[in-house]
Design a protein. Sequence first.
Length: 577
Amino acid sequence: MKGSLFFLLSLLSCFAFSQSPITPFEKSDGKETATYSECINYYKKLDHASNKISIKIMGMSDAGYPYHVVLYSNDGQFNPAQWHAKHKLVLLVINGIHPGEPDGVDACMMLIRDLNNGKIKMPGNIALAIIPIYNIGGALNRNSYSRANQNGPASYGFRGNSQNLDLNRDFTKSDSWDSRSFAEIFHWLDPDIQLDNHVSDGADYSYTMTLISSQYDKLGGELGKYSHDTFDPMLYKAMEKRSWPMCPYVNVEDEDPGKGWQQFYDPPRYSSGYAALFHTLGFIAETHMLKPFKDRVLSTYTLMQCLIDEASAHAPDILERRRNDILADEHRTQFDLKWEPDQQREDSISFKGYIAAYEISEVTGRPRLYYDHNRPFEKNVPYHDYFKATRTVEAPDAWIIPQGWHEVLDLLKRNNVQFERLNKDTTLNVQTYHIDEYHPLPSPYEKHHKNMNTKVSSSFQNIKFLKGDYIIPANQSKKRFLVEMLEPTGDDSYFSWNFFDAILQQKEGYSDYRWEDLAAEWLHQHPELRSALDEKKSSDSSFANNPDAQLAFVYKHSPFYEAAHLRYPVYRLLKSH
């Protein structure tokens, strides 16, 4: 009898533990963050104990570990297509993209447990997906010193992944298996809202939590306006009500935020900028680095509670506006590719900070900035949260990409882009871009010497395409993504990330003595080119004194010059032409 009773009590104890396991964060009284194995094993225990939780393995990381996606839904259904069919709002949370910023890792472990045991309520119209730790390689590279600016935890992961890449710069170029796996996860889920949990660097102030929202003007459409005017303000009010006042991300470093600041601009390389390409509301939570780790985790936990509650309350409006914007983009022709702050528009927000002052440094003997906690202030400051477009492009009816550009085509496929393939060799009249100017970064940035300030000219040419080359129709749900990736002047286009740099190198050339004879013969046959050469000599003295430049001029205006040099190999098909 005693044995049976002991067995029963053991079962009940195990059941209670599986329903409400204690996290390493809680065991350490807010001093420790879970290791990668502790985190994944924790979710596996909850999955085993609950029919509301499921773990799906999708894709591989550079570290050689697979990705686990934790799914939570009250109805026990874990198919995102069914979620969308039932008009559930799908919320994706990303943790540990920078594993030295682990606040979301521990907050989500507690959140899922508390949803499961009923401590907090999950609305029936919300489905939740969590990537427990995105940068697995960085999480396994654990230390206690790489976050010099940060107040805890005792140890944590490293910012770079297994290739030493910053994964929050990799969403479009996708150099990592991590990012390529993320694209698979993202498009499988098709989230309506995405939250990426971080810890800030920068100025000092009183807030524990700050927030980056998808840049409203760039997100555009009904959803951008709704986020700016309605949804985001409700998040701030909800956090205030729960005693975690929040302000927009303080985009200031080594300066005085009391003077105001410009909203963070998020091109598609970042998580929120990438999400915006698919009309997903993107948020980046940025807790303050100097606040205690315990407070940072608890504020992240609270933000996710508020996000779930507000998303539930506003779900019909968000879903309708997102759907309308996707359909509207399929019929749009003009898309904005370049943005700059709109200095004519600003908001004024209440801000709680500390007076920025200077004292003599013990290290350098020179004045150094510090924030005086003995002199806190609260006042309204300028907040520049509007941008205006400075470059616009017209989308074609389709793009054509020769099949040899495997890397680009693979990335398009991973982003669920629809395409067709030519069933025979075909000559088509297409619009082509010539790369007139570009400026590669002199130093590497995330594995690339990024092409900046690109300028192009266009013309229509008859191009022979081969059987199997790809036709990418513009009118599809991924149209905004296609414009940003395939138009070479985009901030984070595939051209800007060096995927097409092979066209920038001339493959054929000439020996001067041989070309002298051919050039002379060509000029005899084409007097109009002789006139152009003479005109340039008379108008440009440096050119007139440079025989090499003159030979090159004739070469580049003859059929001997290779057509592929500087011709962008993504061609635009226009039915109206």
